[in-house]
Design a protein around this ligand. Structure first.
Ligand code: SF4
Ligand code: SF4
Length: 335
C-alpha cells in the first residue's frame, strides 16, 4: 500500500517537474526576447543579459559543433551551451532511458496536456490504424537519419568550419526566436495542425515526428533501467498496457526494451498488484525505491549542465558590440 502511495506521489512529482521546467523555459524565452529587443530598439529598450540556456533549442547546431569539436579539438565558442545541453540530454538517455521526453521536455509536456484535453473532449484519445502507425513512426527516424547524413557525413569539415563562423550561426538563436515572435502564416498553420492532431492522437509529435526523441530512443536501450514485470505477481489485468502512452504491450513482456518507452512510469502507476511492475535495474529481484529513476535522470542533467557552467563552457564568446551589429541584421540573414 505504501509503495502504491509513493508511486502516486511520483506521478504528481513528474507533473510538477514537467511544468516547473516548462515555466523555466518560458522565463528563459522571455528574457532572451527582452535581450534581443534591446538591440532591435537600437539600445533604447532596457538591457537584459542573454540566458545561455536558450542554446538548448539548437540541437542540430549542437550536432554540427560536436563534429567540428571532434575534428579540430576546439569547441565552437559561439553556442557552447548547445553542446553541453545536448550531451547532458543524451547522457540522460544512456543512463535513464528517454527520461528527458517524459520528465523535462516542454514539447512533451504540452503534447501530454493536449492528449489530456482530447480525453476530456472526446472521452478518449484515438489510435491510428496499426499498420499506418508503424509507417508513421518511422518518420522521426528518417528525419534523424536525414540530419545525421547531412551534418555528419555529407558536410566536409572545411564547409562546417566556415558555417560555424557565419553570422547566421552566430545568431541562430535569434532566428529561432523570430520563428515564434514573427510567425508566418505557414508556421501558424503547421503548429495549429500539430496541436489539433495532438489533441486527437496522444503524443502525435513525439510518437511520429520528433527526431530528437528518435535519437534518445536509439541510445536509451543501453540504459540499465528498464520496466520489468514480475510474472509471479502479475494478474494479467492489462492495465499497464492500457495506460502506456507509447502503446507498448507491457502486460505481455518481462522487460520493456523498446526505444519508444520514455520512462514516464504511467504503467507502474496503473498496476494494481504490489511490486508486479517496476522500473528496475538489471535483473535485480528486490524492488528499487520508485524515486531512484527520476533522481538519476535529473542528476545527470544537473551535473552535465552544471559542469558546463563551472568549466566556463556556457556563455557565448559574442559580446555586446557583436550583438549590436548582428541582431538588427537577423531578418536579412540566411545560411
Ligand atoms: S512502458 Fe511504462 S514507462 Fe515506458 S512509456 Fe509505457 S507507460 Fe511509460
Ligand atoms: S497492470 Fe500489473 S498486474 Fe496488470 S498486467 Fe500489468 S503488470 Fe500485470
Amino acid at each position: 500500500m505504501n509503495e502504491h502511495r509513493s508511486d502516486k506521489r511520483i506521478g504528481m512529482l513528474r507533473t510538477w517537474i514537467q511544468w516547473g521546467f516548462l515555466v523555466w523555459m518560458v522565463v528563459i524565452g522571455i528574457r532572451f526576447g527582452l535581450f534581443v529587443r534591446h538591440f532591435e530598439s537600437g539600445g533604447v529598450a532596457p538591457f537584459f543579459s542573454r540566458p545561455a540556456g536558450v542554446d538548448g533549442f539548437l540541437p542540430i547546431g549542437a550536432l554540427a559543433s560536436i563534429k567540428s569539436w571532434l575534428a579540430t579539438g576546439v569547441l565552437n565558442p559561439l553556442h557552447p551551451a548547445a553542446v553541453v545541453i545536448f550531451l547532458s540530454i543524451v547522457g540522460m538517455s544512456l543512463l535513464a532511458k528517454k527520461s528527458f521526453c517524459s520528465w523535462l521536455c516542454p514539447v512533451g509536456t504540452l503534447s501530454e496536456t493536449a492528449g489530456r484535453l482530447g480525453r476530456r473532449l472526446f472521452g478518449r484519445n484515438f489510435r491510428i490504424w496499426r499498420p499506418l502507425d508503424l509507417v508513421l513512426r518511422s518518420i522521426k527516424y528518417l528525419l534523424l537519419l536525414f540530419f545525421i547524413k547531412i551534418i555528419l557525413f555529407d558536410m566536409p569539415h572545411q564547409a562546417l568550419a566556415l558555417f560555424l563562423k557565419t553570422p547566421y550561426w552566430a545568431i541562430s538563436d535569434v532566428k529561432m526566436l523570430h520563428l515564434f515572435t514573427r510567425m508566418s502564416s505557414t508556421t501558424m498553420v503547421v503548429l495549429g495542425v500539430l496541436a489539433g492532431l495532438s489533441i486527437l492522437y496522444e503524443g502525435f509529435w513525439c510518437r511520429y515526428l520528433c527526431p530528437y526523441g528518435a535519437l534518445l530512443g536509439l541510445t536509451s536501450p543501453l540504459s540499465p533501467f528498464k520496466i520489468r514485470r514480475d510474472t509471479t505477481l502479475c494478474s494479467g489485468c492489462g492495465s499497464c498496457s492500457a495506460a502506456c502512452p507509447a502503446q507498448l504491450p507491457v502486460h505481455d513482456r518481462h522487460v520493456i526494451r523498446s526505444p519508444e518507452c520514455n520512462g514516464c512510469l504511467s504503467c507502474t502507476l496503473a498496476c494494481p498488484e504490489k511490486d508486479a511492475l517496476r522500473m528496475g535495474l538489471f535483473q535485480r529481484k528486490r524492488p528499487l525505491p520508485v524515486w531512484l529513476f527520476p533522481v538519476v535522470a535529473l542528476l545527470v542533467f544537473a551535473v552535465g549542465t552544471g559542469a558546463g557552467i563551472v568549466t566556463d563552457t556556457w556563455q557565448s564568446s559574442l559580446g555586446y558590440d557583436d550583438y549590436s551589429y548582428l541582431i538588427p541584421q537577423a531578418p536579412f540573414l540566411s545560411h
